[in-house]
Design a protein around this ligand. Structure first.
Ligand SMILES: Cc1cc2nc3c(=O)[nH]c(=O)nc-3n(C[C@H](O)[C@H](O)[C@H](O)COP(=O)(O)OP(=O)(O)OC[C@H]3O[C@@H](n4cnc5c(N)ncnc54)[C@H](O)[C@@H]3O)c2cc1C
Length: 69
């Protein structure tokens, strides 16, 4: 089994991780200096406008990532 390291947890890194998980049982580590979990960067403007909170920008619950690691 391989250990695949992905730098960055934006949509590119997370999409890569999810596709790798669908196709293999390789261990996947996603590294980001920004946040622990994926959030939608495209929703940032709604946060800045006060229409959304940070929690609303995360399409998956935090436990999801450990479960699929
Ligand atoms: C306010 C806003 C609104 C937007 N609206 C739209 C929209 O409506 N439609 C649209 O198509 N696009 C929109 N975009 C653009 C879209 O968000 C980006 O195209 C998309 O996020 C790019 O995804 P990415 O995963 O390639 O990069 P990013 O989302 O930039 O993710 C890269 C990640 O890698 C991390 N990283 C980079 N280098 C390192 C390192 N050396 N070590 C550790 N971590 C690292 C960064 O911290 C970041 O978390 C918007 C962007 C913003 C900011």
């Amino acid at each position: 089994m391989r250990h695949i390291i992905i730098i960055g947890n934006g949509i590119s890194g997370i999409t890569a991780a999810r596709h790798i998980r669908k196709r293999s049982n390789d261990t996947i580590s996603v590294i980001s200096a920004e946040t622990d979990h994926f959030f939608s960067r495209t929703a940032l403007m709604y946060m800045y406008m006060g229409h959304m909170k940070y929690e609303h920008t995360k399409p998956y619950e935090d436990w999801f990532w450990e479960k699929t690691a």
